[in-house]
Design a protein around this ligand. Structure first.
Ligand code: PMP
Length: 393
């Protein structure tokens, strides 16, 4: 008997990072390959208390089915934060709670993408989005990322060519660490103005700024035909699988229908515990701790890159988030460098899979949220030696 899968499975890339992480499991390897929040910072006790409280005090409701849109007080909390901190005109009704922001990406594909539709991705772009959209058989077009945001000419061409959707991680991007400036945000909004291109802004790292001034989401400049995704994964804990989408009533209606079909609603227990945690604790103080730690780690990685990498290696200078991106001046396949680095017990993620239209074979993603400053220094020293040998070879 043969096992037959749907045709769509043929075009979906398996998670390359998962494969890489298998190699880096060895605890003697200093790994900059991961992409996880630092677990030392999870507020374990506060969540234990919140969990006990909601189940003891309101167990019958907490354990019951609930509405697809999500727990109303949690939706209100998210909307108020957008209004107070980002000046966005968002109400609780605009918010749909999702099972991680990753589910927002899948639902977006479900409601907007037909086979063969064009999706504009940043080059490099978020691998999880490439994977989620691939399920719907789109054609991808890459728009190069520059230090201050996307290449506007390339974006304008892709928009004029009839793209269906533009997906962007506008702050402290995964994988590059780059952030769109205010000016580029406005320029992107201007390019999209009057077009029917769906703009999907994914902002899970937005609150993790450790340098410079807050820049509000682009969503505020182009609310029509747009979706803004957020997440509790990086500011609290990813294990809850709690994210959200902010969008217009028209889009929300379809989104809710698609979500209903997918999972009825996001877990009530998770939503109620998160809300209790937010009420009983000072999340801003918690986020400040994360920013302070990632800031130190990010600065340590950048300083080490300057000290140990050859000058011709270009590295980004993230103002927040968890990643730094390096570009080498060579055509030599980066997998050779990856193998050499593993032999020296240091790991990174080769950048090629983050490009939907080729290229990137001279790039790498480095995660700094999971190692101490001393370990970062040692790992970068080893990696610097490997890079020098790679460039000389
Ligand atoms: N978008 C981006 C850009 C991410 O980096 C991640 C996490 N790796 C996600 C979405 C998924 O986050 P969540 O845990 O909210 O599903």
């Amino acid at each position: 008997m043969s096992l037959r899968f749907a045709a769509r499975m043929e075009s979906v890339p398996r998670s390359f990072i998962r494969e890489i992480l298998k190699v880096t499991q060895d605890s003697s390897i200093i790994s900059f390959a991961g992409g996880l929040p630092n677990p030392d910072l999870f507020p374990v006790e506060a969540f234990a208390e919140a969990a006990a409280r909601v189940i003891t005090e309101d167990g019958a409701h907490v354990l019951q089915y609930a509405t697809t849109e999500g727990y109303q007080p949690l939706r209100e909390w998210i909307a108020a934060r957008y209004r107070d901190r980002q000046g966005l005109n968002v109400t609780a009704d605009d918010i749909v709670i999702t099972s991680g922001s990753q589910q927002g990406l899948d639902l977006m594909g479900k409601i907007f993408l037909n086979n063969g539709d064009t999706v504009i991705m940043e080059s490099p772009g978020y691998l999880g989005a490439i994977q989620a959209f691939s399920m719907y058989g789109p054609k991808f077009v890459g728009v190069p990322l520059e230090d201050d945001g996307p290449d506007l000419d390339a974006l304008e061409r892709a928009v004029k060519d009839g793209a269906r959707l533009f997906y962007a991680v506008t702050s402290f991007q995964n994988p590059s660490g780059l952030t769109y400036t205010r000016e580029k945000r406005q320029a992107v909004a201007d390019i999209l103005k009057g077009t029917d291109v769906i703009f999907a802004e994914d902002n899970p790292y937005g609150e993790l700024r450790f340098r410079g001034e807050n820049v509000p989401p682009l969503y505020g400049l182009r609310p029509e035909n747009s979706m803004l995704m957020g997440s509790f994964s990086k500011i609290a804990a990813p294990g809850f699988r709690l994210g959200w989408v902010a969008t217009s009533p028209e889009i929300r209606q379809s989104l809710v229908t698609a979500k209903q079909a997918a999972d009825l609603h996001t877990g009530t227990v998770a939503q109620r515990i998160m809300y209790r945690y937010l009420m009983d604790n000072d999340i801003d103080q918690h986020i400040a701790r994360i920013r302070e730690r990632y800031g130190r780690q990010g600065r340590a990685m950048l300083a080490a890159a300057e000290a140990y990498f050859p000058e011709e290696v270009k590295v980004t200078r993230p103002e927040g988030g968890m990643f730094l991106w390096a570009e080498l001046p060579t055509k030599r396949p980066i997998m050779e460098l990856f193998d050499a680095a593993i032999a020296r017990k240091v790991a990174f993620v080769p950048g090629k899979p983050f490009y939907v239209d080729g290229g990137g074979d001279n790039t790498m993603r480095l995660n700094f949220s999971n190692a101490s400053e001393e370990v970062i220094d040692e790992g970068m020293k080893r990696l610097g030696e490997c890079i020098k040998a790679h460039l000389a070879g």
